[in-house]
Design a protein around this ligand. Structure first.
Ligand SMILES: [Zn+2]
Length: 268
């Protein structure tokens, strides 16, 4: 099957999910009251952290899921794009509290970070098949050791979706430390990025930059790209006690994408 056809199929598949239908029907930006009782029950299970005790730092990428019983801390490339002071503060705050740091194959964030390296620095990462993946792996292994966490690399065989494109329809931009929708039913939830660094003390300026990078991946040539239109936009869903405020920050961060992005929030 051609790439364009695979992309179209993935779009149609995601289009059938309940949440896309719910958001499409919703008036205004506040999604707080749009769920019918049955839907509300499903949605609320994303906040059930009782069963998800172990925190894992993994990529915001929609193809990367935590294992059952794990709670996803979703940060692009596990902080590979964050300034050093943001990384240092995170290590200070979370040392000894994270079970795993996992890198993954085909990481867009590691790719961007690799491009910014000098030629000399790039030379250090030529061992594997893919230098950017190699850089992502070594960066995450080092971060894991600083955090006192275990490290693992996730190959394509353990990722959902396609090696070749991103099928995220939305990004959850969350300041809610209880929210992890990874285990919600695929009939309910479309593929999505999860960026919840705001919930763990990452600086808003960095989080805005990260939101822009991830949304750019979804809206660009490695994502559904031009399938996103003003009528079928990419959604940013802001979550947390201050969901309305961070919804405002998201709008500031994503101005350049115009009306191909629409903003929603759910306060809790
Ligand atoms: Zn990634």
């Amino acid at each position: 099957m051609e790439q364009s056809e695979l992309l179209k199929n993935a779009w149609e598949e995601s289009d059938k999910t309940q949440l896309i239908g719910i958001i499409r029907e919703a008036q205004g930006e506040d999604l707080g009251k749009v769920f019918a009782p049955e839907q509300k029950k499903i949605w609320d299970s994303a906040f059930d952290t009782e069963q998800k005790k172990e925190k894992v730092l993994i990529c915001s990428d929609e193809r990367i899921q935590p294992a059952p019983g794990e709670f996803k801390m979703g940060v692009a490339g596990q902080l590979i794009l964050a300034p050093l002071d943001v990384q240092t503060k995170f290590i200070h705050d979370w040392k000894g509290k994270i079970k795993f740091v996992r890198s993954h194959s085909g990481c867009g964030a590691a790719g961007l970070a690799y491009q910014k390296l000098s030629p000399e620095e790039k030379n250090q990462y030529q061992d594997g098949d893919n230098p950017a993946d190699e850089y992502g792996k070594l960066f995450s292994a080092d971060l894991a050791s600083k955090l006192g966490a275990d490290f693992e690399h996730i190959p394509f065989s353990r990722m959902r979706g396609s090696e070749d494109f991103h099928d995220a329809r939305m990004i959850f931009w969350s300041a809610d430390p209880e929210f992890d929708p990874s285990e919600l039913d695929n009939d309910f939830l479309p593929p999505h990025f999860l960026a919840n660094g705001l919930a763990y003390g990452l600086e808003p300026e960095y989080c805005k930059e990260e939101l822009k990078i991830l949304s750019g991946i979804g809206l660009g040539g490695h994502g559904f790209g031009e399938l996103f239109t003003p009528d079928n936009p990419f959604y940013v869903i802001s979550l947390g006690k201050n969901a309305k405020e961070i919804n405002g920050l998201a709008k500031e961060a994503l101005k350049e994408f115009g009306d191909r992005v629409k903003f929603k929030y759910i306060k809790r």
